[in-house]
Each structure stands twice: as structure tokens, then as C-alpha cells.
Design a protein around this ligand. Structure first.
Ligand code: KIV
Ligand code: ZN
Length: 521
């Protein structure tokens, strides 16, 4: 991709690859497509959509994303291996703009213990993999895995060879999050000084957050000349995560005086995409997380509130509106009819089929009976819940729960399995335990363990809808399910059933960086 404006920073999002690689963050096809649409809409330049050779599921996800993305370049990751590069080449074929990203380790530690390859062989693999990838697309990125712990001389040779073989972007990952800003910036500056053909490629940062320095390191890389930053929404990723997209973008925007760089990101879309990812993965961001944490724009102390009332700039360096944080709008009420409901959904970007619309309208009426005010966020949660459930084999039908101080707590649950209704009456240690046991009685799944059960309120007030996330794990595979309802227990049952449906169709996991490396294509 060309980068004519020398101060334009290319935002390479790897939420769907490096982010998805982290335990508990796996997403199914629909979820990945939803994220890809939002990333594209927010103006991300490159979407790393996955690692196509990993499994048929990964291949399909990259391939489907390649079909729907309108503006961004779609990228597939590959080791320095012919089969990987071919899989990426095929998967990204439908994309308007496509990139193959190929990588190999260059640090002495990784070459000796992980690759078990002598350095000269690694250099040959660099040349062969990049040359091979260029047969599929003109846009090829090469990464030196563990670059921050690679000797300068060797890194310079590898980068020069990659560019000579056709790499248009060279990425310098701090794979283990070991660098500090001065050092990482110096590494990038060193490459600009010593690699003779460095001007023929875009230099990229890819920093992990093990020491909490991923964003600072990335910005140091930019100051030293890097013009692509690899990052993820909410900073999800291997171990402590990757550099957070929202922090990079807002730091560049807010401190333009010191860092005169621009991105193509529509920052008002940040809050929505951050929340969508949290809901999908069940990974809530910490309340004090920069930009997207619940407290990031909250001013609690009296002194701060007083200052804010006098002049917002006293304590606010960016506005909540600039990241899309606005009050959820009051939309419909108890007396709103089907037409108003349908029109509002269309405005919010939902086109439902007749059956789904009918179901969603019935649930809306039910909600409006319980809750005086229905906000946009309520409608989005309700409709997304309906959409998620459309093709599920196991469906929630009804639930009666007995809870309180005098036990036993019980659940009477009816589910529909492939259209056949089945019921269970179960006692438990509390209502949630009883519900989950009832689900297990109807659909036995002894090997799956509950890893996370999380409830959050969609809007304020004690009548707010609950959004529940349930994470199940089976043989090392994890899935997240979500459920929304004004009744927390119904939402819990829906979330568990959603996870169970996903578990039945889930692919096996595969991590490109821990998988055995190839010698050459
Ligand atoms: O952290 C890393 O080194 C990576 C590479 C595959 C780019 O994710
Ligand atoms: Zn990484």
C-alpha cells in the first residue's frame, strides 16, 4: 500500500488474529464478520483476518471477511512455509485489496531452540517465503519474530533480504514485550541508518504489553520513522496483549503538538467497537483502562467536578464525544407499535427477517412491560440476542425459578432441541446453579467446565436489562456465550445455551507462533 503522506500512520489491526489467539478470546465466524465490518467502518487500513492454514474454520473466516470488507486491505498470516502462504493466498483472493503476512524468528534464542535452524538457513527462508508470497499479491509484509531480541547485524541482513525479495512492509515485533521505548525507538532508527534499501518498504511496529509498554514502544517506533502500527481493540492479544488501537490513535490525535501524525480512524466509532468486542469475548476492560474504561471520562471527586463545571478542559484532555461516548438515547415505549419498532431497528442498522422480527417484537413488548424506558442500547442488546439465536439447535423456551433464603432453590426449564421440547426440574446451590444443572440434565456435556460467569447492566437503573457472558471450556477449547434479558436468570440461561451451541460447532485451536516451524517454502 502506498503511503504518500509521510506523516500518515497506517493502522494495521490484528484483533482477529493476534487478539483472537489469546485464551478465551476465540470468536466464531459471525462474530469475526461483525468485528471486521466495524473495523472497516472505523477506517482501519489493514485487517489481519486470521491464520488461514490453521484450520478450515480459520480459512473460512479469512475468506468470508475478504468478501465483505469494502475499504481495508485484508491480510492473512503465514509462517515461512509454502502451504501456509498458499492458504493465505487463496483465502484472501476475494478481497479488493489483499496482503500476505509471512514471518520467521530471527533472534538467536528462537532460531536455536524454536526453529532449530542455523541463521543462514533462516535468511534463505526469508528470501524464499517472501518471493513465493509475491506470486499471490504485490502487497507482502515480512516480520522478524522476536526482532527486539535479535542482534542488529543479523536483523539488518534479514530486513534487507526481505525487501530485496519483494516485501513492501517490514515488521519489527517486540514479540515478548521486553523492550523499553528508548531501546525500541533506537532499533527502528538503526534500521533506517543501516539497511540500504529501507526506503523501499514501510517499517512497522508490533509491540506486546508484557511490561505495560506496548503503546509507548509503538509511539517510540513511530517517532523513529515507523509508519505502520500493529494493534488490537482493547489491547487484547497473547499474554498481556498487544498495543491498544484506541490508545495509539487517541494519543496521536490528542498530542498532535508533539507527534504530528495522522491516522484514517473515525474515533467516534471507538466506544462501540470496544464494547462489541467485550461482549463477544467476555473480556471486560478494566474500569480505569485508558480511552474505553468505564471510568475513563468519569469525574467523581468534588474538586474535579467543580473544575469541570467551570471549564471542561480543567480535567479533560479529550472529549467523551470524540471517542463516541454519548448518552444512550431514549427510543421507544410501551405503546410503540410494530412499525415504529421496525423503523427504529432499520435506523440502528438491523434488517430482520419476518420470524426474527416477530420474536424480537414480542420480546420488546415484554421488556417494555417491565421497564419504563427503552434505550437504544436495550434494543441493540435485544435484537443482537435474537440474531445470535436464529440458527441454534438448542433453544431456550421457558424458565421458572425458585430462589431466596428458604431452600431448596430450583429451576424448571424447558428447552427445544432440534424442534423437540424437553424439560427438567432441578435443585441447586442457588438459582444460577439450578439453571445450569437443568441445562446439563437436558443436554449432558460432562467434559465442559464453566470458566466464567459475568453479569453487567446494559443501562442504568434497577430495571436495567442484564447482559450475561458465560465461558465454557472443553478439552482446551473455550467458547463465550451471551444472553440479554430484563430477568438476570433468564439472561443467564440464554448465555449458557448460547455457549453450549457454540461448543458443539467449535473448531480446534491452533497457534501459529507455537506451531512447529518450517524450514522453507
Ligand atoms: O508477536 C509477534 O511476533 C507476532 C508475529 C507473528 C508478527 O505476532
Ligand atoms: Zn504478536
Amino acid at each position: 500500500m502506498s503511503n504518500k503522506n509521510k506523516n500518515r500512520i497506517i493502522i494495521f489491526d490484528t484483533t482477529l488474529r493476534d487478539g483472537e489467539q489469546s485464551p478465551g478470546c476465540s470468536m466464531n465466524l459471525e462474530e469475526k464478520l461483525k468485528m471486521a465490518r466495524l473495523l472497516d467502518e472505523m477506517g482501519v487500513d489493514i485487517i489481519e483476518a486470521g491464520f488461514p492454514v490453521a484450520s478450515p474454520g480459520d480459512y473460512e473466516a479469512v475468506n468470508e471477511i475478504a468478501k465483505i470488507v469494502k475499504n481495508a486491505v485484508v491480510c492473512g498470516l503465514s509462517r515461512a512455509k509454502k502451504a501456509d502462504i498458499e492458504a493465505s493466498g487463496q483465502a484472501i483472493k476475494p478481497a479488493k485489496r489483499k496482503r500476505i503476512h509471512t514471518f520467521i524468528s530471527t533472534s538467536p534464542l528462537h532460531m536455536k531452540h524454536k526453529l532449530q535452524m542455523p541463521p543462514e538457513e533462516v535468511l534463505n527462508a526469508v528470501a524464499e517465503s517472501v518471493t513465493f508470497a509475491r506470486g499471490f499479491t504485490d502487497d507482502v509484509e515480512w516480520s522478524a519474530e522476536d526482532a527486539s531480541r535479535t542482534e542488529d547485524d543479523f536483523l539488518c541482513r534479514a530486513v534487507e533480504i526481505a525487501i530485496k525479495s519483494g516485501a513492501t512492509t517490514v515488521n519489527i515485533p517486540d514479540t515478548v514485550g521486553y523492550s523499553v521505548p528508548e531501546e525500541y525507538g533506537a532499533k527502528i532508527a538503526m534500521l533506517f541508518e543501516r539497511v540500504p534499501n529501507i526506503d523501499k518498504a514501510v517499517v512497522s511496529t508490533h509491540c506486546h504489553n508484557d511490561l505495560g509498554l506496548a503503546v509507548a514502544n509503538s509511539l517510540a517506533g513511530v517517532k523513529a520513522g515507523a509508519r505502520q502500527v500493529e494493534c488490537t481493540i482493547n489491547g487484547i492479544g497473547e499474554r498481556a496483549g498487544n498495543a491498544a488501537l484506541e490508545e495509539i490513535v487517541m494519543a496521536l490525535r490528542t498530542r498532535h503538538d508533539l507527534m504530528p501524525y495522522s491516522t484514517g480512524i473515525e474515533t467516534t466509532k471507538i466506544t462501540k467497537i470496544s464494547r462489541t468486542l467485550s461482549t463477544i469475548t467476555g473480556f471486560n476492560v478494566q474500569p480505569n483502562k485508558a480511552i474505553v474504561g468505564a471510568n475513563a471520562f468519569a469525574h467523581e471527586s468534588g474538586i474535579h467536578q467543580d473544575g469541570m463545571l467551570k471549564h471542561a478542559n480543567t480535567y479533560e484532555i479529550m472529549t467523551p464525544e470524540s471517542v463516541g461516548l454519548t448518552e444512550s438515547k431514549l427510543v421507544l415505549g410501551k405503546h410503540s407499535g410494530r412499525h415504529a419498532f421496525k423503523t427504529k431497528l432499520a435506523e440502528l442498522g438491523f434488517e430482520l427477517g419476518d420470524n426474527a422480527l416477530q420474536e424480537a417484537f414480542a420480546r420488546f413488548k415484554n421488556l417494555a412491560d417491565k421497564k419504563k424506558e427503552i434505550f437504544e442500547d436495550d434494543l441493540v442488546a435485544l435484537v443482537e440476542d435474537e440474531v445470535v439465536r436464529e440458527n441454534e439447535r438448542i433453544k431456550f423456551v421457558s424458565l421458572q425459578v425458585r430462589a431466596g433464603t428458604t431452600g431448596p432453590q430450583t429451576a424448571d426449564l424447558v428447552l427445544s432441541i432440534d424442534g423437540q421440547e424437553q424439560e427438567a426440574h432441578v435443585e441447586g446451590n442457588g438459582p444460577v446453579d439450578a439453571i445450569f444443572k437443568a441445562i446439563r440434565e437436558i443436554v449432558p456435556h460432562d467434559k465442559a467446565g464453566l470458566q466464567l460467569y459475568q453479569v453487567h447492566a446494559i443501562t442504568g437503573g434497577s430495571d436495567a436489562q442484564a447482559e450475561v457472558t458465560v465461558r465454557l471450556e472443553e478439552n482446551g477449547r473455550t467458547v463465550n456465550g451471551q444472553g440479554a434479558d430484563a430477568d438476570t436468570l433468564v439472561a443467564s440461561a440464554r448465555a449458557y445455551i448460547h455457549a453450549l451451541n457454540k461448543l458443539q460447532t467449535k473448531r480446534s485451536g491452533f497457534n501459529p507462533q507455537t506451531a512447529k516451524e518450517a524450514t522453507a517454502p
